[in-house]
Design a protein around this ligand. Sequence first.
Ligand code: DQA
Length: 161
Amino acid sequence: MAKPAKARKAGVARRKRRILVLHGPNLNLLGTREPEIYGRETLDEVNRRLELAARVAGAEIAFFQSNHEGALVEAVQGLRNRVDGAVINPAAYGHTSLALRDAFLAAPTPFVEVHLTNIFGREPERRHTVLADLALAVIAGLGAQGYPVGLRALVDRLRAG
Ligand code: DQA
């Protein structure tokens, strides 16, 4: 027998949202890379923070880091129908990569763009991102804390429908 609409709705709301976290170039070096700018937390530590936030939010989480534009483009292409949303720090490709932008246009998936630093207050070439207008939100300048903040907001939005 089909479930009543209310129960179905509650089931949908409870379903674990699947989130992919994408880390762009040089973020594998977090912790040792210009720590006065990007902080001392390593990428593994950032991911542990995110795992915890995902557990609390009732979401499934997976991670992908690459220094290669094409690999990130393929990961974005693969988002469609596989995950419910993404958190991405595109790093320098966020300022330059039309290919990454096109991939999000081709595989529309709600995503939050995160930057550790406040890119809007940095050098002129870092103040613009080619993804920002496609993103649900851009979080910049909160350091590693920006990732769980973005994840929680994304999962809340997905739940709200
Ligand atoms: C960054 C900012 C980018 O300008 C830079 O190229 C990065 C990291 C950030 O998280 O603040 O690699 O995305």
